[in-house]
Design a binder for this molecule. Structure first.
Ligand code: TPP
Ligand code: MG
Length: 418
């Protein structure tokens, strides 16, 4: 048993993984009955990632799911009926039928930022939420997820760099499920471990078996604790596998049979059941109780969702454009005095000299000194700024001297200005 998790917490993880699978199974049935509006995505085989990472967060923390993170929504407290109604575009859904899939949030109570379709955009957004929390002294951590494919977008890199330089209390879960649509990860990233991307931004990273719920939780908890303590953002690569196609329309015939068989045998729920049984945390009776609880809950939730009406036709042209007060009530919440956080108090004095800049070796050997404004160029720096004479290997001494002379001539009085 993992010492950080109590018996109840171990069983919570199990319950939420089972609930996630059951919610998605129910939606597959609804999809086949033509009751789902739009696409339906699945996290089959990836339940441990969504559930065990979100479980490491505290209530006050913030998360932003992607479409394969329904498990995280359930852990955060979203009732299954909201997930069903949202996918069915019902009037009682969180977006009143205006949006589909898991594209909804809850800024007031559960601290959920809605998914953004453009892969990677949630990274700078959640960095901003993390910075906002720090500014308000809330000690919160923010979390979002990104796929292997999404980790190749520009905004992934811009966002992570921004988070790193701001030391934002932000944890990014990179779900490497080996496929982005029909592209295998090896054909789009020349890295064995996508966690290595963190090195470019000088931030900590972890690699974890995404099908091992306890391992995922342990790593996520450590990362969340570290981010909260001020260690800056952390990237976790969870290695897993997308067991179904990109969405319901995709039979994923491009996935090799052996690959699928390997991962099916590593089903995260079956692995966890074995672990719980070995630790004497779950027996047949306990399992039956959980089965019954989930069956009863989803029967009620599904019925509620199916009975909810579709939006009235007149509602179609409302909320399309922002109309100010009757559209939304979001206003800046200046918890600190506004004069303290706006110019001139918040202005930063410009600095024109950068100490130590240009002292390092450049990649083509030699130094690359750059002088700002009136900073006097030292003799050594001026010499080092010159390109080395390019002399063919067999050139005679005469040629060498000529080349060196030319270089020193062009060096005279040279200053690089910006
Ligand atoms: C910036 C951007 N480019 C392309 C897409 C279209 N798109 C949606 S999902 C997807 C594949 C994502 O693969 P991955 O990030 O590995 O996530 P997975 O589906 O495997 O969970 C693509 C290309 C998009 N939504 N955003
Ligand atoms: Mg993927």
């Amino acid at each position: 048993m993992n010492k950080e998790l109590t018996r109840k917490q171990h069983l919570d993880l199990y319950y939420y993984m089972r609930l996630t699978r059951a919610v998605e199974d129910t939606m597959t049935k609804l999809f086949r009955q033509n009751k789902i509006v739009g696409g339906l995505y699945s996290s089959l085989g990836q339940e441990a990632v969504s559930v065990a990472t979100a479980y490491a967060l505290e209530k006050k923390d913030w998360l932003a799911p992607m479409v394969r993170n329904i498990g995280a929504l359930l852990v955060k407290g979203v009732p299954p009926r909201d997930v069903f109604m949202q996918h069915m575009a019902k009037y009682d859904s969180p977006t009143k039928g205006k949006d589909g899939t898991s594209h909804f949030g809850d800024l007031d109570n559960l601290h959920i930022v809605s998914p953004i379709s453009m892969l990677g955009d949630l990274i700078p957004v959640m960095t901003g939420v993390a910075m906002g929390g720090r500014y308000l002294g809330q000690k919160i951590v923010t979390m979002t997820w990104i796929g292997d494919g999404g980790s190749s977008t520009g905004v992934f890199h811009e966002g992570l760099n921004f988070a790193a330089v701001q030391k934002a209390p932000f944890v990014l879960i990179l779900e490497n499920n080996l496929w982005a649509y029909s592209t295998p990860v090896k054909r789009q990233v020349p890295l064995q471990n996508l966690a290595d991307r963190a090195k470019a931004y000088g931030i900590s990273n972890y690699i974890v078996d995404g099908n091992d719920a306890v391992a995922v939780y342990s790593v996520a908890k450590e990362a969340v604790d570290r981010a909260r303590a001020g260690d800056g953002p952390i990237l976790i690569e969870a290695k897993t596998f997308r067991r179904l196609g990109h969405a319901q329309h995709d039979p994923a015939e491009y996935v090799p049979k052996e690959m699928r068989a390997y991962w099916e045998a590593r089903d995260p729920i079956l692995l966890y059941e074995k672990f719980l049984a070995a630790e004497k945390l779950l027996d047949a009776k306990g399992k039956k109780e959980i089965d019954d609880k989930i069956d009863a809950l989803l029967a009620t939730e599904r019925e509620f969702a199916e009975n909810s009406p579709m939006p009235p036709p007149a509602f179609a042209d409302t909320g399309v454009y922002c109309t100010g007060d009757d559209c939304h009530k979001i206003r800046p919440n200046w918890v600190r005095p506004i004069s303290e956080v706006t110019p001139p108090r918040s202005s930063v004095a410009p600095v024109w000299t950068v100490e130590g800049f240009g002292q390092g070796k450049s990649s083509s050997s030699g130094n690359a000194p750059i002088h700002f404004g009136d900073t006097p160029a030292t003799e050594e720096a001026t010499r080092d700024a010159q390109p080395l004479p390019r002399v063919p290997p067999k050139a005679g001494a005469k040629k060498l001297a000529k080349a060196a002379g030319a270089a020193s001539k062009s060096a005279a009085g040279r200053k690089v200005r910006r």
